[in-house]
Design a binder for this molecule. Structure first.
Ligand SMILES: NC(=O)c1ccc[n+]([C@@H]2O[C@H](COP(=O)([O-])OP(=O)(O)OC[C@H]3O[C@@H](n4cnc5c(N)ncnc54)[C@H](OP(=O)(O)O)[C@@H]3O)[C@@H](O)[C@H]2O)c1
Length: 340
């Protein structure tokens, strides 16, 4: 890392991801010269803690974003579409957590362990993938360095913080109310009660029958892996877990591989930790992945229903590697590559 320091803004600093971004910038000693935590006018008057300082949250405005070197936008797609071009016109770089730009051909969609070289073509805006895509492509990339991936079927078990801070509050509220004897609870963030339940719908349905979330995993994976024809199908499910998404992944390879070979490939990969000792009941779980930056993989076994299949299970903190950590790693990578 160079000796330079940078003016940093977080648009969405009060959100589920924004709060973790503050932690990650501090933990990784990102070279921050000035930090501007920004949100809507609703949050003006609140403070955030960064290092030993309490910093007042300001409303995101053109003036607030002037002179910013890195803007981490972690709000919603409308806010990204509005603020990103303004930051770029002022010479700053945007690292965007939302879906507004991910599939734009001139916007790199980056998981640094997989496709950092795509950053070289950036034009000011860089996107991070959806929080379910990131751990999946890390695993696929590690495996296909040795044995090309032919087809993928992934089923997700997604936590409520993937929807945002309000959804986490809703799960807590519903759980307390039901435990306290309530028979009915109000569902606002989801189409159904999430406490004591799971919902096989993440985001709206498309004409194809897939949801928008499933579409994202499919198309984002193809873009990041540079495999526009990758055969991949997904079913996304929301579960009553606060933090960390998990995925059951079935992968068809070019050649048969043993579970041991796959275990070794994954264990050698930066950012992946193999937790795979079923006899000792060791396998990844969302509770254990929460608060950590790695992708945890286990239950690795041959999928005996196809000639060259592997089945595995993973858990990954959606707020950290699924969002904040990946964003900060991208900024570090851009500094390291002399791109800013
Ligand atoms: N949650 C995840 O696991 C995850 C993972 C990857 C990517 N993402 C993406 O990250 C983004 C944020 O997600 P989240 O879960 O952190 O959402 P969230 O908890 O709902 O937080 C949204 C944040 O955006 C702010 N905001 C909303 N509209 C704004 C505007 N027009 N201008 C400035 N700030 C605005 C809110 O400020 P107020 O508090 O003032 O309303 C709040 O700070 C989304 O695009 C999401 O798709 C999330």
């Amino acid at each position: 890392m160079s000796e330079r320091s940078f003016n940093v803004a977080i648009v969405g600093a009060t959100g589920a991801v924004g709060k973790v971004l503050l932690d990650v910038l501090e933990e990784r000693r990102f070279p921050v010269r000035t930090l501007k935590p920004l949100a809507t006018s609703r949050s003006v008057g609140k403070n955030v803690r960064f290092g030993n300082e309490d910093i007042a949250i300001a409303e995101a405005t053109e003036e607030a974003l002037a002179g910013v070197d890195f803007a981490f936008i972690s709000a919603n797609d409308d806010a990204s579409r509005h603020w990103a071009p303004i930051v770029v016109a002022n010479g700053g770089v945007v690292i965007d957590d939302g879906g507004a730009f991910r599939m734009e051909p001139n916007v790199p969609l980056i998981v640094p362990e997989v496709n950092a070289a795509d950053l070289d073509a950036h034009e000011g805006i860089v996107s991070i993938p959806n929080c379910t895509t990131t751990p999946l492509v890390m695993v696929l990339n590690a495996i296909q360095k040795a044995n090309p991936v032919q087809r993928v079927v992934v089923d997700t078990y997604q936590s409520v913080t993937g929807t945002g801070a309000k959804a986490a509050a809703e799960l807590e509220h519903q759980t307390r109310a039901l435990a306290g004897g309530a028979v009915e609870v109000e569902a606002v963030e989801y189409p159904h009660q999430i406490a004591y339940n799971l919902i096989p719908q993440v985001a709206g349905f498309l004409e194809s029958g897939y949801t928008r979330e499933e579409w994202k995993i499919i198309h984002e994976s193809r873009k990041i892996l540079h495999q526009p024809d990758l055969r991949i199908s997904a079913t996304c499910v929301r579960v009553p877990v606060f933090v960390s998404h998990s995925e059951a992944v079935h992968i068809e390879l070019e050649r048969p591989a043993s579970a041991g070979e796959i275990r070794d490939l994954l264990a050698a990969e930066p950012g992946i930790v193999v937790e795979d000792d079923p006899a000792a009941r060791r396998y990844p779980m969302p509770l254990q992945a929460a608060g950590k930056d790695d992708v945890f993989v286990g239950r690795i076994r041959k999928d005996e229903s196809v000639p060259a299949g592997i089945a595995l299970w993973l858990s990954c903190d959606n707020l950290r590697k699924g969002a904040a950590t990946n964003s900060v790693q991208i900024a570090e990578e851009m500094i390291g590559r002399g791109l800013v």
